[in-house]
Design a protein. Structure first.
Length: 608
């Protein structure tokens, strides 16, 4: 089930990094036909896969086919993600909504529409999977309950983004400029994200328990037993709730909420029905362990860590992808829209970063936090045998083999074996605690280093240098296609000038002028460079005057006349410099006069 969290976020990344083109690949009717054809083929293929599996199920091969069942689920979910991406990049479906005013004002609603499309694909998968699921795990829950349980368990991962994006839309729709401008800055985005993340972490559980349709556990021995254990552990909470996931027929429990007012303990009917009182205590002790060991707070900081990682590495990855020649060869060979291709690479980079981080780094900590929560049982009880017997019951009733691997939990077999080690030698408990402390320390140091890199990339000189290099590469590639474009040479000259590559700037400006000699801006820039270049060996005073005169004939602008004045000045023609600067001063507004007045003072001081 936790894998669905990753699937949903991957789809969200695909959508949010996609940049729709106004030009669609197909007409409306052809797009609609392709869409329904893809959906129909996907539905038929999914049904065939699970129908074949159901026919193979026998009492003797349950464990083996359990693995196959989950493999098909994963494979079809990945296929659904690919079809979702085809809907965006191949059929360009969002382009058909660009002119809808409501979606342009509140784009979050359009995003929800497309995320709903992906949920529809998942519902198809779960609907087809219900038959073999029911046979494999010997459950009597309805198809509807099975589908809804999968959806309701996964969708809350999207709720923070929905509110984050929705409030941002509202801010941008309101007629107040300061919040819009601040939100558009990098630091504004970071602060907004952090504030919202902590707000969701605190208040989100109250909304999620309503979404899951949880109900308070009624008064009685079971509730008294849980309340007594929480009192013993010193744990405060808002309520103890029934968790109706999969009809409440899974033996499981949970806890969510960082503060007392919005903290909930979740239990299923199956847990209360099948477990003995001491086993219920062991499971609740495990959940209390998550709170006492601050695991929920750590999870919050891991999301912040992901943001740091994204900021630190994302620009580097995108620039490296765009720098590669194959991208340009692909554009030239296929004729595909460059914006779409860059957007596609953008999505792939986002998915890779996200998958590696959550699958391996976050997954590592999740597994070890679960083990630490298991060992917390020994804080409240002398023995962990009740938790061991609970895990054995879960293995026996779930239909899943005990050694089934799991990216976010150790397998049931591994958990039982570790608890048995703790039964014999309690030092294994402190070993696990030390392991987590060391791992967290390494993680924090790593994130601080990554944060420093991210700061340089997004706020320091590195980001601007990378941007200049990226633009330079783009212009050079464009010049390969249109070598007689004076504007591209002009842009290239500006880029070289800003990065202090003066020889390259001179060459680019001269090439632009040779193609079109009537460009006042380019003539002016080259004249200024010849007159004031930091590398004095590149100065050409006489050529500066000629170029500045040509620019002034084409356009009488203050900055051009200032260049002409500066060119006269370095050639010793002070009266001409003063005259040109006075003409420039007559054309400027009040807010720019200081510079020109200082220039005029400089020229006059040389006469005295």
């Amino acid at each position: 089930m936790f894998a669905n969290f990753i699937h949903f976020i991957i789809v969200l990344l695909i959508y949010t990094t996609y940049q729709p083109s106004e030009k669609t690949n197909f007409g409306p009717l052809a797009t609609l036909l392709f869409f329904f054809a893809l959906t129909g083929i996907f539905t038929c293929f999914t049904w065939v896969q699970f129908h074949r599996l159901k026919k193979q199920i026998t009492r003797e091969n349950l464990y083996r086919l359990d693995h196959k069942f989950n493999s098909i689920l994963t494979r079809q979910t990945v296929t659904a993600i690919l079809i979702f991406a085809i809907n965006l990049y191949g059929l360009n479906l969002p382009a058909f909504f660009l002119k809808v005013p409501f979606f342009s004002i509140l784009p979050t609603f359009q995003a929800l529409l497309f995320l709903g499309l992906f949920v529809g694909y998942l519902a198809i998968i779960w609907g087809c999977a219900y038959g073999p699921y029911q046979t494999l795990y010997e459950t009597d829950i309805s198809r509807r309950t099975y589908i809804w349980s999968n959806i309701s368990f996964s969708i809350p991962v999207l709720l923070p983004w929905v509110f984050l994006s929705g409030i941002s839309d509202i801010i941008n729709a309101l007629p107040f400029d300061p919040p819009k401008h601040y939100l558009a800055t990098t630091e504004g985005e970071i602060i907004y994200f952090l504030v919202f993340l902590f707000a969701v972490a605190i208040f989100g559980p109250a909304l999620i328990q309503k979404f899951w349709r949880c109900k308070p556990l009624e008064k009685g021995n079971e509730r008294l037993q849980i309340e007594h254990l929480c009192t013993k552990a010193g744990l405060k909470y808002a309520n103890i709730l029934y968790w109706p996931i999969f009809g409440g027929k899974m033996i499981t429990a949970g806890v969510m909420g960082m503060i007392k007012k919005f903290r909930y303990i979740l239990v299923t009917h199956a847990l209360l029905h099948f477990l003995e009182p001491e086993e219920i205590d062991a499971v609740i002790a495990h959940e209390i362990g998550h709170i006492k060991k601050k695991h929920l707070l750590f999870y919050l900081f891991f999301f912040v860590g992901y943001m740091l990682l994204s900021y630190a590495t994302f620009d580097l990855i995108i620039f490296s992808i765009i720098y590669t020649n194959p991208l340009y060869y692909l554009v030239a060979a296929t004729g595909l829209d460059q914006t779409i291709l860059v957007s596609a690479f953008f999505s792939v980079a986002s998915i890779i970063i996200f998958f590696l981080y959550f699958r391996y780094i976050f997954g590592y900590f999740m597994r070890n936090f679960e083990r630490q929560a298991d060992t917390y049982v020994y804080t409240l009880f002398e023995s962990g045998k009740a938790l061991i017997s609970t895990l054995e019951k879960i293995a026996a009733t779930s239909g899943q083999r005990p050694d089934k691997p799991n990216w976010h939990h150790f397998s049931i077999k591994e958990r039982i074996e570790y608890l048995k080690k703790c039964e014999k030698d309690k030092s294994w408990i402190s070993r696990q605690d030390r392991k987590i402390k060391k791992s967290v320390t390494v993680y924090v140091v790593g994130m601080l280093l990554i944060g420093g890199i991210g700061f340089q990339l997004n706020f320091g000189d590195t980001e601007s240098k990378l941007s200049i290099q990226f633009l330079e590469k783009t212009v050079l590639k464009a010049l390969e296609k249109t070598p007689d474009n004076p504007n591209l040479y002009s842009i290239l000259g500006d880029l070289y000038y800003s990065s202090e590559k003066y020889e390259g700037a001179i060459e680019a400006y001269r090439e632009s002028i040779s193609i079109d000699p009537n460009q006042a801006r380019v003539l002016n820039n080259l004249a200024w460079l010849y007159a004031t270049c930091e590398n004095k060996t590149l100065r050409r005073p006489k050529q500066a005057i000629e170029l500045a005169k040509q620019a002034a004939k084409l356009k009488q602008a203050p900055h051009i006349l200032d260049t002409l004045a500066e060119s006269y000045y370095i050639n010793g023609q002070l009266n001409e410099a003063i005259s040109a600067e006075m003409r420039a001063l007559d054309l400027v507004g009040n807010e720019q006069r200081d510079y020109y007045e200082n220039q005029l003072k400089k020229f006059r001081n040389q006469i005295k």
